[in-house]
Design a protein around this ligand. Structure first.
Ligand code: G4P
Length: 532
């Protein structure tokens, strides 16, 4: 198979949802259909379980297991499907945002009872920013949920995306009979059986086909006919370019728990989801079929085994062919590197790969060379755009509790923040380190890991800040003036970009008004500040 063919058959995506909507269940069912696992429960056992308190020890234990589910690959209908796992826990949202930079599309799972939830909104903001194509799976149709029209309305309004129903539900909850595929004109009958993976399909000419009456009561057929008529007037029809540009989301209804609607979703996904396309770098746009290898690191799992300081860096391949034992160029350090045991991940097993293609993710064993956002090429100096850091919501100062271990603390804090556990902002003079996170849990994780992996002891002091904003301006004089005037609240991120820490929304508002030529950004990309 040549490079073009390898690219065309690859689909790399992430499943996103608010916790509990059914992401793990759906992932597992996709893997079952893809033949990557044989029994239900395999992924579930790897899931970072919901914790009501700061139960980070449990998360630490599971971190080792979850590396296996970071990437799950399987083959389906001649396609190579790569699912990137995103942690469900909200305190790890930053990790999810970065993973979204490595996928070509997403499947959004929405619980039909709960509708759009907080995490759904946040994750979709990231997708919109990146114009990621989205497919929506309305899950738990075996339960009494919201009316489909109400759900679509809510999604369109709250997530700011057009919705195009691909299937339409016939009843719900106890009366759920199946779905009607608006494009293929076929009915899939719901069996309500968790143990089977087959989906029985009834081909019909339209909703008035007499065949339907054999399986579905007249009331339900009439209701379906009415709803379909209304839906055809009310909703947009499917448009491939709008989907591919991230403006229109095809929607499916089903029940992951009861294996219903999943195969339909997977089949349509492989048909319409984009294969790896061009990717922007600061220098130029990379085409996937370029001969030379390019890729970037979007995730790092460090110190899985404290006795061996090895880390796994996850490389998304963007162009060319990756080959084991070939020398590649690490652009940030300028070093040549060779990887003797690059790993690929098939559900819960890991194996060494000889070669990999655009749209694949491989795990590279690393002794501390990689940072998130690093590029690997065959010699060209490239920096990929679009690996975001978001404005952290909790900011605390690191306090060294053991002065004899200052070096270890510095190294640990740098490495953990390189790995993306949290963001580091340094304030001068005094080299004051402020850690920013999206969740409380991260502070426990950092403290624990600094002690166990680096032998350093630290505490955290509260700061008065509630928000970190990257600042830029075309007017250098005014930027310098701002930095001087607000020096007590100015810090620098790991790429030396100035970041303003605001004590309140009001302080931020006053700063914006007082310095109109300055731009305050909620997110920065590793190599570029993101325009709002
Ligand atoms: P998440 O990864 O998005 O957090 O969700 P997960 O798949 O773990 O599902 C959350 C809960 O919802 C689980 O129940 C799961 O069994 C249930 N669920 C998932 N899909 C469906 C569905 O289609 N219908 C119904 N009725 N339930 C569904 P749990 O009680 O929290 O866990 P468990 O004891 O079943 O493992």
């Amino acid at each position: 198979m040549n490079l073009q063919e390898e690219i065309k058959k690859r689909r790399i995506f992430a499943i996103i949802s608010h916790p509990d909507a059914g992401k793990t269940t759906l992932t597992e069912k996709l893997l079952l259909y893809g033949g990557a696992i044989n029994t239900a429960g395999a992924v579930k056992n790897n899931k970072i379980r919901k914790t009501t308190t700061s139960d980070f020890m449990e998360i630490e234990k599971q971190r080792g297991i979850s590396v296996a589910t970071s990437v799950m690959a399987f083959d389906h209908n001649g396609y190579r499907v790569n699912i990137l796992d995103t942690p469900g826990h909200k305190d790890f949202a930053e990790d999810t945002y970065r993973t979204l930079s490595a996928v070509d599309s997403v499947i959004l799972v929405v619980d039909c009872v709960k509708g759009v939830e907080e995490q759904t909104r946040k994750l979709m903001e990231v997708c919109r920013m990146r114009h990621t194509p989205v497919m929506i799976f309305i899950n738990k149709m075996d339960r009494e949920g919201k009316d489909p029209f109400e759900l679509i309305d809510e999604i369109e309004k709250e997530l700011n995306i057009g919705v195009c129903p691909y299937t339409w539900p016939i009843g719900m909850g106890k009366k759920f009979k199946g779905v009607y595929n608006l494009f293929k004109k076929e009915i899939q009958l719901y069996e309500g059986d968790k143990s089977t993976v087959s989906e029985s399909v009834l081909r019909v000419n339209d909703v008035h086909d007499p065949l339907l009456k054999k399986h579905i009561e007249q009331d339900a057929i009439d209701k379906l006919a009415d709803e379909l008529e209304l839906a055809s007037e009310y909703f947009e029809s499917f448009n491939m370019s709008l989907y591919r540009e991230g403006y229109l989301a095809p929607m499916f209804f089903g029940s992951a728990l009861y294996n219903f609607g999943v195969l339909e979703l997977l089949n349509t996904f492989t048909e319409i989801a984009p294969c790896p396309g061009p990717i922007d770098t600061l220098q130029r746009t990379i085409q996937p079929d370029e001969e030379q290898l390019t890729g970037f690191i979007f995730k790092i799992h460090a110190n899985l085994d404290p006795n061996h300081r090895d880390r796994i860096a996850f490389l998304r391949i963007c162009s060319g062919k990756f080959e084991r034992n070939k020398f590649y160029f690490h652009t940030r350090s300028g070093k040549k590197m060779r990887f003797s045991s690059p790993a690929s991940f098939m559900a819960n097993s890991k194996s060494i790969v000889e070669e990999a293609f655009p749209g694949d993710v491989i795990g590279l064993y690393d002794s501390g060379n990689f940072k998130i956002g690093d590029s690997v090429t065959e010699g060209e100096n490239l920096q990929f755009k679009g690996i975001p850091s978001f404005s952290p919501e909790i900011l605390r100062e690191v306090v060294n509790m053991d002065p004899f271990k200052t070096k270890q603390l510095d190294k640990g804090v740098r490495q953990l923040t390189d790995e993306g556990v949290a963001q580091l902002f340094v304030q001068q003079p005094g080299n004051k380190k402020i850690i920013g996170t999206v969740g409380e849990l991260q502070f426990d994780v950092i403290k624990f890991r600094l002690e166990h992996e680096y032998g350093a002891k630290c505490g955290f002091h509260a700061t008065p800040y509630i928000k970190a904003c990257w600042i830029t301006s075309d007017n250098k004089k005014e930027l310098d003036n701002f930095i001087l005037r607000k020096s007590v609240a100015i810090t620098y991120d790991k790429d030396e970009n100035p970041v303003f820490l605001a004590e309140s929304e009001w302080v931020l508002k006053m700063a914006k008004e007082g310095f109109p030529s300055l731009r305050f950004h909620n997110a920065s990309e590793v190599n570029k500040i993101v325009e709002e």
